[in-house]
Structure formats: structure tokens, C-alpha cells
Design a protein around this ligand. Structure first.
Ligand code: ADP
Length: 167
């Protein structure tokens, strides 16, 4: 598997699947989630609403992932995953690792060859960037997957440098 790093906007990535740092409601939020729904248009939210009404009445659990169409984004699918809120008192690393593993598993079921990830949990959910980068890179490297390219898309220079140091 090829691991690549770009500094940029996840909504502009022409890959098979982009991963959304969603919240468990699946009904939108800020950061990556807000950008994906804004740029992708209402089709994504309509599918998320259906998922809430069917499989995820109580919301998508932390660490799990589910796919929808990508609407007007230059990708084929959006894989929504819910990162853990960072905690100083409890080690939630396994849940963050699970986001990467489960997103790749879902990508595999879609036969996606290329997947773009943002730095899950490092925005509103407060995860320290260096530690998030370590977990992301280790987990993706350690995953058995049919995905051929994983692209980490980092919004700012600090995030790009943190991921670059782990690659
Ligand atoms: P979470 O709720 O999981 O913390 P956020 O969306 O708040 O997710 O932030 C995750 C990371 O994505 C942060 O580092 C943030 O700077 C970055 N980010 C925000 N918008 C975008 C975007 N459009 N493309 C890529 N990364 C983004």
C-alpha cells in the first residue's frame, strides 16, 4: 500500500473515498464534517438521515464507520467515522485506531482503491496532533487491506509536519 501526505482540503481530493471526521448524530457538524456537507451538497445528508432512521437510530458509535455517496465531491463515497473525544484521564487510543481500521474495512467492501483521511479527532475533539499522527500511521500501516493508496490530508503546516515525522 502506498501512503501519501498532502497539505490541503479533504473536500478537494479526487479519490474513491474520503473519510469524514463525523459526530455520532451523522447529521453534520463543524470542521471536516461541515466542509464535506457544504461542498458535497444535500445528497450526503439525505443518506445520513436514512442511516439514522434505519441502522443507527442511536447514532453511529465511536470507532465505527459507514459509507454514503459523495454528492458533488470529486470522490465516489464518503466514509463517515466517529473519532473519540480526547481524554486526559482515559486512554481512548484504541477507539481512534478503530476509526482508521474500520474506515479501511468499509473502503474494502466498496472496492475503493484510494482513500483520503483527515486527522481524525484533532480538531473539536482535542486529540494532540503528534499522538494522533502516530496512531493514524501505525494503524494504517498495520491494516490488512485491499486499498492501494491511503492519502493523509492535513489542513495546516503543523499537522502536515506531525504526520510527515511519522511516515
Ligand atoms: P474532530 O471532531 O474529529 O476533532 P474536526 O473536523 O474538528 O474533527 O478536525 C479534524 C482535523 O481536520 C483538524 O486537524 C482540522 O484542522 C482539520 N480540518 C478541518 N477542516 C478540514 C478540511 N476541509 N480538510 C482537511 N482537514 C480539515
Amino acid at each position: 500500500m502506498k501512503l501519501t501526505l498532502v497539505r490541503g482540503d479533504i473536500t478537494e481530493q479526487a479519490v474513491d473515498a474520503v473519510v469524514n471526521a463525523a459526530n455520532s448524530s451523522l447529521l453534520g457538524g463543524g470542521g471536516v464534517d461541515g466542509a464535506i456537507h457544504r461542498r458535497g451538497g444535500p445528497e450526503i445528508l439525505a443518506e445520513c438521515r436514512k442511516l439514522r432512521a434505519s441502522r443507527y437510530g442511536r447514532g453511529l458509535p465511536t470507532g465505527q464507520a459507514v459509507a454514503t455517496t459523495a454528492g458533488r465531491l470529486p470522490a465516489r463515497w464518503v466514509i463517515h467515522t466517529v473519532g473519540p473525544v480526547h481524554s486526559a484521564s482515559e486512554d481512548r487510543s484504541e477507539l481512534l485506531a478503530s476509526c482508521y481500521r474500520e474506515s479501511l474495512r468499509v473502503a474494502g467492501t466498496l472496492e475503493a482503491a484510494s482513500v483520503a483521511f483527515p486527522a481524525i479527532s484533532t480538531g473539536i475533539f482535542g486529540w494532540p496532533m503528534d499522538d494522533a499522527a502516530r496512531i493514524a500511521v501505525e494503524t494504517v500501516r498495520g491494516s490488512e487491506t485491499s486499498v492501494e493508496e491511503v492519502r493523509f490530508v492535513l489542513f495546516d503546516e503543523a499537522a502536515y509536519a506531525a504526520f510527515g515525522a511519522r511516515l
